[in-house]
Each structure stands twice: as structure tokens, then as C-alpha cells.
Design a protein around this ligand. Sequence first.
Ligand SMILES: NC(=O)C1=CN([C@@H]2O[C@H](COP(=O)(O)OP(=O)(O)OC[C@H]3O[C@@H](n4cnc5c(N)ncnc54)[C@H](OP(=O)(O)O)[C@@H]3O)[C@@H](O)[C@H]2O)C=CC1
Ligand SMILES: Nc1nc2c(ncn2[C@@H]2O[C@H](COP(=O)(O)O)[C@@H](O)[C@H]2O)c(=O)[nH]1
Length: 324
Amino acid sequence: MENTFDYEDIQLIPAKCIVNSRSECDTTVTLGGRSFKLPVVPANMQTIIDENIALYLAENNYFYVMHRFEPETRRSFVEEMQSKGLYASISVGVKEEEYQFIEELAEANLTPEYITIDIAHGHSNAVINMIQHIKELLPKSFVIAGNVGTPEAVRELENAGADATKVGIGPGKVCITKIKTGFGTGGWQLAALRWCAKAATKPIIADGGIRTHGDIAKSIHFGASMVMIGSLFAGHEESPGENIEKDGKLYKEYFGSASEFQKGEKKNVEGKKMHVEHKGSLQDTLTEMEQDLQSSISYAGGNTLDAIRHVDYVVVKNSIFNGD
Ligand SMILES: NC(=O)C1=CN([C@@H]2O[C@H](COP(=O)(O)OP(=O)(O)OC[C@H]3O[C@@H](n4cnc5c(N)ncnc54)[C@H](OP(=O)(O)O)[C@@H]3O)[C@@H](O)[C@H]2O)C=CC1
Ligand SMILES: Nc1nc2c(ncn2[C@@H]2O[C@H](COP(=O)(O)O)[C@@H](O)[C@H]2O)c(=O)[nH]1
């Protein structure tokens, strides 16, 4: 793997504009046969999404993935979403009880439209076996498998039956995997995404490391169909994290899914907790993301997301904030 770079090292090069207004630019994306307003999905973490946010996103044509950290509520969640005529998108792990949960859904004739297999080291037989188990019992569910960081892993999970793979090991804001283990795509996530995308024959979800809205366009350019984001979604009024007041300023807590706070014990900890500034409503951020992405499309010289995939880029090595 040569020429590594990350989001802050890259700038996309503008092409001649073909629209009269940015509002003509279409940010919609299709995943698993459904069309969504944005190629963005809030991370399936307990301080980022809950049932209310999932409902809001589904009702308003955004993609969501519910987290897996209250396993006893997942079956009723699927039933409730589908009884409202909405899609159900849940997460599972790979432990024995997760196999039983898939069997329980199949016996009840409940097919979630999307199932994300959510573990740290997704290039494993544990994930391959779970993909096969889901595909055998719930063949109509769209399976997203991860997380991975190499083309070999993408190929293996696709060959096992995954409908999409999720790329990103260690680039997250509350991640300490890179420090604790020395492994991952932290620091070169964008290059890892490009590397993986070259091997992929199905959609890739870029996961972690997004710090600005421009990073969404860069992810699309380097091969992502969808971008999973945690920290930028952590500070909203609706965010499930606890409110904290410090020196008269309001913050929300944001913790890693492999943190001590999530696990309730200090074992194999690979995540931390931080406080994120309170920043208004979720819809305000989604609207701003849409406007910024419409602008990206216009700079790419097109009117759909696809235009962003065809522009050139330069490597500017850590200088994009110069002059700000
Ligand atoms: N994207 C990322 O960079 C990372 C994300 N996370 C998030 O944290 C949460 C918890 O993840 P995870 O610990 O995988 O989930 P689980 O705690 O559900 O563990 C899943 C299974 O995989 C095993 N396992 C975990 N890590 C490894 C490894 N490195 N090698 C071999 N086996 C392993 C576990 O056993 P045992 O615990 O006994 O080893 C367990 O049997 C998830 O939501 C995940 O997405 C965590 C770290 C990195
Ligand atoms: N290494 C760890 N990664 C984690 C943990 N919890 C979540 N995550 C990953 O981070 C992204 C979100 O990244 P952000 O940069 O947008 O904040 C999330 O989707 C997971 O893949 C963790 O405890 N350790």
C-alpha cells in the first residue's frame, strides 16, 4: 500500500458548472433498492441514535442503522417500524445469542430490510458465518458487513453474501484502537477507502473520520456509496447522550461502543468518552449537509452525486486549513 493520505490531505479539483443554482443538484442515493435523501448515515452507536431518531430518519427518507446495545428491544423495534409502513434497519453482533435472534425473527416471519453486522474486526470467520446464517434464514434482508480495512476483506465478505461492506478500523473520533493495538486505518482512512473500493463489486460504506462536510464529498470521490458519521451527529438536541453543563456551556456526551462506559467493564477497551458542544437540531445539520453536498456536486460540474466520482484531485498534505 503506497501513497497514503487522509481527508485533510486532499482537495478535489473543480470542473465547469452546468447548473444555474445549487438547488438543482440532487444528493439522493440508492442503497438496497431504496432511495435516500443523503449518502450519510448516523453511526449505530448508543449516544448517536435511538428509536425516536430512527423513526424520524425513516419517515423523512434518510438512511439509519439502529444500534445493537439494547438487544431485548430489537424485535419490537422491527415490528413497530414495519407496522408504520417504514423500513427496519438493525444491527447484530456475532455471539451465539445473535444466531438465535436471527432464528427468532425468521420464525416470526419478520424480515428487517437492512441488517448490519457490527464488530470491530470484520475480516473474520465469525462475520462470514453470520452473513451466511442471515442469508439462509432471511434472504431478503440487505446485509451490511464490517468493519474492514483491506481489499481482501471486502472480497471475502462480498463472496460470503454481504450486500455491502463497511470500511474503517480505528479512524473514529472516540476510537483508541490505533493507540492500543497499533492497527487500523486511522490516519489513512481515505486511502484505505480507495484501496477497498477498487476491489469492491458492491456498495461500500465509509465509516469514521469525517470531520467536515467536505469529507463526505471526498468519501464519495474515493468510492463510498454511503458515509457513516458519529461525532458530527453527537451534539444535537435529540442526541441520546447525556447533557452536561460546563462553565455555563452545554455539551453532550459521546462515547465509543467499545468504551468502558458502553461495556460496563474495563475489558478490551478500544473506545473513550468525550463531550461534544451542543449544536441545535438534527434536521439543521442534515439540511446543511445537503446544501454543502449540493455545492460539492456543482463544483464537480454535474447535477448528481456521480459527478463527484469523476473529478481530479490533488494531494495538499495537511494544508487545507491554511488561510482559514
Ligand atoms: N470501527 C472500529 O474501528 C471499531 C469499532 N468498534 C465497535 O465497538 C463495538 C464492539 O465491538 P466488538 O468488540 O467487536 O464486539 P463484541 O464485543 O460483540 O465482540 C464480538 C466478538 O468478536 C470477538 N472479538 C472482538 N474483537 C476481536 C478481535 N480483535 N479479534 C478476534 N475476536 C475479536 C469478541 O470476543 P472477545 O471480546 O472475547 O475477544 C466477541 O466474541 C462494535 O459496535 C464495534 O463496531 C470497536 C473497535 C473498533
Ligand atoms: N475503535 C473504536 N471505534 C469505534 C468505537 N465506537 C464506535 N467506533 C467507530 O467510530 C465510528 C464513528 O466515527 P466518527 O469519527 O464519525 O466519530 C463509528 O461508526 C464506529 O465505526 C470504539 O469504541 N472504538
